[in-house]
Design a protein around this ligand. Structure first.
Ligand SMILES: Nc1ncnc2c1ncn2[C@@H]1O[C@H](COP(=O)(O)OP(=O)(O)O)[C@@H](O)[C@H]1O
Length: 181
């Protein structure tokens, strides 16, 4: 199963991706985690990406697209994947289509986690990651509204929406039900 997970920052996509990954037997691929791993290891990609992440801006296309292309070509993604954090813009959605076409495959669907901004701001302030200060959170939400939310229309035909307010297990059950699993 090849799925894109959509939703605002703090919607719980990463948490749900980890559980769904186990239940569906496909890897969860998070661009945020890939960037953070690169930052942790001090790679050139990580050093470059950090400037944008610390400001809550999108990392430039050439860095992000190549990283995703390489990750999706790895053997463990051959039978499916859950993509969390990519695409984050219509431009990236077009790039994803091109990447999948080159791999001779396509998406099965898009799972959208639906949640209010007020709730996600509270959640992010509580988790306290390095890029979770109030100013940076506000900027990430602005970028989400301007760049990422248009994907809800872009993917309208393949969109499955899940209410992302509630307990982790409850939301996971909703997601599986929405996927017909
Ligand atoms: N597809 C992407 N394109 C550009 N930048 C990205 C992408 N995915 C992640 N990033 C960068 O990594 C940061 C953290 O992403 P992520 O871990 O998905 O957190 P959240 O979902 O809470 O915003 C983003 O704010 C952005 O700077």
């Amino acid at each position: 199963m090849r799925l894109v997970l959509l939703g605002p920052p703090g919607a719980g996509k990463g948490t749900q991706a980890a559980i769904l990954s186990e239940k569906l037997g496909v890897p969860a691929i998070s661009t945020g985690d890939l960037f953070r791993a690169n930052i942790g290891q001090g790679t050139p990609l990580g050093l470059e990406a950090k400037k944008y992440i610390d400001a809550g801006e999108l990392v430039p296309a050439e860095i992000t697209n190549n990283m995703v292309r390489a990750r999706l070509a790895e053997p463990d993604a051959a039978n499916g994947f859950l993509l969390d954090g990519f695409p984050r813009s219509v431009e990236q959605a077009r790039e994803l289509e091109a990447i999948l076409k080159d791999l001779d495959t396509q998406l099965d669907g898009v799972l959208s986690f639906d949640i209010d901004e007020d709730v996600v701001v509270e959640r992010m302030l509580a988790r306290g990651r390095a890029d979770d200060t109030e100013d940076v959170i506000r900027n990430r939400l602005r970028v989400y509204r301007e760049e990422t939310a248009p994907l809800l229309d872009y993917y309208a035909d393949s969109l499955v929406t899940v209410d992302a307010v509630g307990e982790v297990d409850e939301i996971n059950a909703r997601a599986l039900a929405a996927l017909g699993k």
